[in-house]
Design a protein around this ligand. Structure first.
Ligand SMILES: Cc1ncc(COP(=O)(O)O)c(C=O)c1O
Length: 402
């Protein structure tokens, strides 16, 4: 058992386990017990733990040069920006250290874009149920009252509409002449693996183009292969955002975020408008370049697509007719099993069984396995999670009878 350290601020409700080693989808704790990691450090270790290509890249880079400053040229940053813009069909990238910072950059771009059009008090339209981070502006953008509580006054200049509701978005755009951008996730991760209708993103894109608003996609969780495409927007033909935010899987655990721009968002930020001391330093860029290279070389996007439909079929076979299961959703390696009742206790039960899972939005079992899992590991995840859910539902039924 681990000790609880009172010198660390209690901002997280931590489980009583600490890991000492990782290898692919497997983690080993301080007692030598092994766990199947079906959550990848919350969509971060997309290549699994301690991937040899990332370890090699950062070890070699650490032996050469870790950090200079963004006041100098950084060739690895240029290479990474070229690769990301090519993969996304976008034009330029700014590098930072986290998802919240990537979103902060996007929010600043939206405001400055508004000012350039003579709008003094620009408004950004954001979504119910969204999650964008914990800084003041990104927690304001986040559509979850629990994240706001205690931090009022929130930042001004945000209005909220229901997700996946085009009429509501149209109305908000009509109502707010100061609107400059729409900021949303292509799939809401923390919000419960909510996948919008197939035509939603394309319709948002059209509305943004018609009304000259920036379409700003938060791909912090969905990006870098997570959904079986490089970026989730690539599931929707004809959609390229004006601003896209990345982090999590980009460095496979080495902290790096990015904010990409195209079209009207290019050139909005100029020298002196934004910055980050560590952002895009040689060490984290070497990790991100190794990540992109591995996804290409190992054809992981195809792998995710194939295995995702097998896993989702298997989950449906095991669980979809069970009373207590509301829906089973999947896009690539983002799985959400929504139950009819709160089920947070499943996380501890899973831990005891040697598998790491997550419960979000109270009732949704969320799985974000590494993209590299093989069929056997995929089957183990499906079997263990199905068993856990079935046992939990049976215990709930007994409780309600008693
Ligand atoms: C969609 C999305 N945006 C932003 C963030 C915040 O990222 P970070 O914790 O790196 O600041 C998260 C984190 O879960 C996320 O899922």
């Amino acid at each position: 058992m681990t000790q609880s350290y009172t010198a660390v601020m209690p901002t997280y409700g931590r489980l009583d386990v600490a890991f000492t080693e990782g290898n692919g989808v497997w983690l080993t704790d301080t007692e030598g017990k092994q766990y199947l990691d079906a959550i990848s450090g919350i969509a971060v270790c997309n290549l699994g733990h301690v991937h040899p290509a990332v370890t090699k890249a950062i070890s070699e880079q650490a032996g050469k040069l870790i950090h200079t400053s963004n006041i100098y040229q950084i060739p690895l940053q240029n290479q990474l920006a070229e690769q990301l813009t090519e993969l996304s069909d976008m034009e330029q990238a700014f590098f930072c250290n986290s998802g919240a910072e990537a979103n902060e950059a996007a929010i600043k771009i939206a405001r400055k874009y508004g000012h350039s059009k003579g709008i003094d008090k620009p408004v950004i339209i954001v979504m119910d149920g969204s999650f964008h981070g914990r800084t003041m502006a990104t927690l304001t953008a986040t559509g979850n009252p629990k994240v706001h509580a205690g931090f009022e006054p929130l930042v001004s200049g945000f209005v909220r509409v229901p997700y996946n509701d085009l009429d509501a978005l149209r109305m908000a755009i009509g109502h707010w002449p100061e609107a400059v951008a729409v900021m949303l996730e292509p799939v809401q991760g923390e919000g419960g693996v909510k996948i919008p209708d197939a035509d939603y993103l394309a319709a948002v894109r059209n509305l943004c183009t018609q009304r000259k608003l920036l379409m700003m996609l938060d791909e912090v969780q969905t990006g870098i292969g997570r959904t079986g495409k490089w970026f989730a927007f690539q599931h929707c033909e004809g959609v390229v955002p004006d601003v896209m935010m990345l982090a999590k899987g980009l460095g496979n655990g080495v902290p790096i975020g990015a904010c990409l721009v195209s079209g009207p968002a290019v050139g909005v930020l100029q020298a002196g408008n934004h910055g980050s001391t560590f952002g895009g330093n040689p060490l984290c860029c070497s990790a991100a370049l190794a990540v992109l290279d591995t996804i290409k070389k190992d054809k992981l996007l195809d792998h995710v697509t194939t295995l995702s439909s097998q896993m989702s079929d298997a989950f449906k076979l095991a669980l979809s007719n069970q009373p207590g299961v509301k829906s089973i959703r999947a896009m690539g390696f983002m799985f959400g099993i929504e139950l009819m009742m709160p089920c947070a206790e499943l996380v501890q039960k899973a831990l005891e069984k040697g598998i790491l899972i997550n419960v979000t939005a109270d009732k949704v079992v969320r799985l974000l396995p590494p993209l590299v899992i093989n069929t056997d590991e995929a089957n183990q995840i499906v079997n263990l999670v199905s068993e856990l859910v079935l046992d939990f539902l049976a215990s709930q039924a007994v409780e309600s009878v008693a």
